[in-house]
Ligand binder design. Structure first.
Ligand code: UDP
Length: 352
């Protein structure tokens, strides 16, 4: 039966091979109660780091962090990072935590990422990646801390066939007034903020572009579900599997263990400073293939039904991973079938 601790150990064993450790570091993780953020907190705590988890539960979940709440090295800060917050002093107008005087690393991971939320919460998505990035950079700069930003493959928009697989040097084909613009353009702006802080303050900034990631703790539910949790829940309940369009559009799905390893390599490796790096899987899977795989792995009686394809839904996503290999000594290892099995097991367990 799936156990999250086995995945945490797998990440730690891989990091240990290159002597990557966060022991005794004080690390602020914005969006720490989210899917990726809570995994990062979990690994950092297991290594003996002091974790300051900042979240406002706008999309993060208390249950993602409930296992850490008794850990003396864990502190939760309820705050929306798109508003300023000061550490180590009292600010007359803004939220302040004067007793935390030293921060080694700021990881800015707060943002809703589900296309359903692009429709319902576009302003907060824009704010967490623009004002939020600005505030998080300010904290890092004030504390001489390393800064990390989780950017996204969405900065590439809907690349033409000649730009797939997509290298980091591709500038993107993004619709600034489309239904996904609150996320795509905000993340692009976030990247621009980082380049500005490098230019003006020579900050130690690291940034990666994350491709579709799935695994235990990913949010589910029809209002905000991504394709993997949606299909798994539908399959487990023998409900229709809702494939949007003809299902020929592709994504390159990365299992959470691979993704978190990539993130924690990127933060620790000095040569990654100021360089944007794709972290994702390089095996493309169509949405239809994904649906069939999930039906097979769950033994479900679900039928596939087709629904309208959302506007501006990217037709292909596949990263070039040469930089990740060269700079981070990282490549994805977990095959889709294995990652799906673990995720399905986790969903079964959490539904029970
Ligand atoms: N999708 C689907 N059915 C669903 C949810 C998503 O067919 O119930 C498709 C969606 O149109 C897209 C792909 O699956 O082509 C991935 O969608 P997701 O929401 O996970 O994230 P995206 O990669 O689009 O940001």
């Amino acid at each position: 039966m799936y156990n999250i601790d086995d995945d945490i150990s797998e990440i730690n064993n891989r990091l240990k091979k290159d002597n990557i450790s966060y022991k005794n570091k004080t690390i602020l993780v914005t969006g720490g109660a989210g899917f990726l953020g809570s995994w990062v907190c979990d690994v950092l705590l297991s290594q003996g780091a002091n974790v300051l988890c900042l979240d406002d539960f706008s999309s993060g979940l208390r249950e993602n962090i409930q296992d850490f709440e008794d850990n003396p090295n864990f502190r939760f800060i309820m705050h929306d990072i798109s508003l300023p917050i000061y550490f180590g002093k009292i600010h007359p107008h803004y939220a302040s935590i004067p007793e935390i005087t030293s921060i080694d690393i700021v990881m800015h991971m707060a943002s809703r990422a589900s296309p359903f939320e692009f429709r319902n919460s576009p302003i907060s998505i824009l704010k967490s990646n623009t004002f939020g990035t600005f505030n998080a950079l300010g904290i890092a700069n004030n504390h001489n801390a390393t800064f990390f930003y989780s950017s996204t493959s969405e900065v590439y928009g809907n690349p033409p066939p000649e730009a797939v697989p997509t290298p980091e040097t591709y500038y993107g084909y993004v619709n600034p007034i489309g239904p996904r613009s609150c996320y795509d353009e905000a993340k692009r702006c976030g990247e621009a903020y980082i380049m500005a802080y490098i230019l003006e303050y020579n900050i130690d900034a690291h940034l990666i572009r994350i491709f579709n990631t799935y695994g235990p703790k990913i949010r589910s539910g029809n209002l905000f579900g991504r394709v993997v949790p949606n299909f798994i829940i539908q399959a487990l309940h023998d409900e229709d599997i809702t494939v949007f369009g003809d299902g020929k559009q592709t994504r390159s799905f990365t299992y959470i263990v691979d993704e978190i390893e990539g993130i924690l390599r990127d933060v620790a490796i000095p040569n990654a400073r100021g360089v944007v790096i794709n972290i994702g899987n390089n095996i493309e899977t169509s949405v239809l293939e994904l649906a069939k795989k999930i039906i097979e792995l769950t033994g479900s009686n679900s039928k596939i039904v087709h629904k309208k394809l959302p506007k501006d839904d990217p037709s292909r996503r596949k990263p070039v991973l040469k930089r990740a290999k060269k700079i981070l000594n990282w490549e994805p290892k977990i095959k889709l079938k294995e990652g799906l099995k673990r995720t399905i097991d986790w969903f079964k367990k959490s539904e029970n």
